[in-house]
Design a protein around this ligand. Sequence first.
Ligand code: ZN
Length: 77
Amino acid sequence: MEREQILALYHWDTGTCFRHPGVTTDTTVIKSLQPRIRPTEEIRACRGCVLDMEALRRAAAEGAGIPYVPGRAGDAL
Ligand SMILES: [Zn+2]
């Protein structure tokens, strides 16, 4: 699957990537944390980081012998 096809699986909004805290850029929500006593926190990632995570997920899926399913960068596989 091509990079643009993978990126098209996500909804993009201006925000701050969890790996690049000083920069405001196009980001997508990859995880929502729901602390008991605080409002829900969204973990956002930029396009480059989403592609990095998708590449790791693809390699992990291949290593485990299971199908790679893009579009869930926040999940382990
Ligand atoms: Zn990033």
